[in-house]
Design a protein around this ligand. Sequence first.
Ligand SMILES: [Zn+2]
Length: 461
Amino acid sequence: MSREAALAVAAKWFDAGRLRSILAELVAIPSTSQEEGREPQLRRYLEVGIEPWLRRLGFEVVIHDNPEPGYGPILTAQRIENPANVNVLLYGHGDTVRGLDEQWSAGLEPWALTEREDRWYGRGTADNKGQHAINLLALEAVLEARGGRLGANVKLVIEMAEERGSRGLREFVAAHRALLAADALIASDGPRVQPGVPTIATGTRGTFHFDLVIKLREGGVHSGHWGGLTRDPAVLLAHALASLMDRDGRILVRGWLPAGGVSSDVAEVLAGCELAGGGDSASIDAGWGEPGLTDAEKIYGWNSLIVLAMVSGRPENPVNAVAPDARAHCQIRYTVDSNPTGFEATLRAHLDAHGFGFVGIENASVRMPASRTSPDHPWVRWARASIERTLGKRVQVIPNSSGGLPGDVFVDHLGVPLVWVPHSYSGCQQHGPDEHLLPGPAREGLLAFAGLWWDLGEKPA
Ligand SMILES: [Zn+2]
């Protein structure tokens, strides 16, 4: 059999609806890790959705309890043909964010795959069920084409707590180093830079969270008798936030940013990288963010500050009162070029220097650390060449995904280079209602991975 024949098997299966029907079964398991009472579904996803498939492909499978009580289980699997072979580690997560059932458009729902206008809707289609299903189906196609032999060893981790910050994964991987030892992590999550542009991300941005809090009194006081006399926490909080970022989205806490600006190797790999808008979900606003950077540099080579939520009083039930307090929950997305251990002290000094000594900082911590493999790493170059050969078009390499993933865990404990090959796009609404996967990029991803699996068995990287 030939490489072309393996790709043809993958294409035939996709066109016959095989990926879609596998994904429909996975989406129908409501495995959200963010809603109470769904714990049995987390285990069911692994036991019913994934394990039988892996066994059919010749994997040994174990489902482990999460070392952190109360968090979802972790599946490991391995398919060792010859200990001397190259070992590739796959990763995926089978948990999803909450369903947000009542917010989906008419006729759509989170826990059933619905095809409409060339989109596959359903919770987890993009994040992450569709992505690891693509990679496993591609493996199956190559095994079919090679008569059951791959020519490489494959290991797999599927966690069920990614949407709760991958709790327990770090301890788990540290405790199972030998089991998971591999030459490279090749896995999929997140968006391509544009729907039609195959992408390799060699790391992820990290996330740092903090609350800004103003507490002025125990309860609200009458807005007629006190408005104009006593300080308003909502207004003060708005000013404190405005001291962190100007009205054009430029971060004013300069100590949070990469000291030397966008590094030259990052700028080089991002040269010519164009981003697409998010379809109907969001627009790229010219003039928003750090002046002088390209759109790609803003999200792959720089840090972002986002106010995730803010509240004062009860917006759903306002009363005539000056509110007692105000709170904003904020997030910094940062690259490996900045050091988050200094973020809180830098913020404190900034607030004090701007007259906001009365604004408290609470719950400041890293949620997911940043990670990066050199975009010029031999494994990255190998994967890029393989995908370009399969798809006949240029692959865009980015130094890290704009979003977060627990890549740092695998770098720290297994020392593997990171090769993320995302199959989704930034308009997929993966954390809101109407999450969907585009069949076009999914088909390309299936072929790309069939090519990668085939090439792995031909000659080690
Ligand atoms: Zn997610």
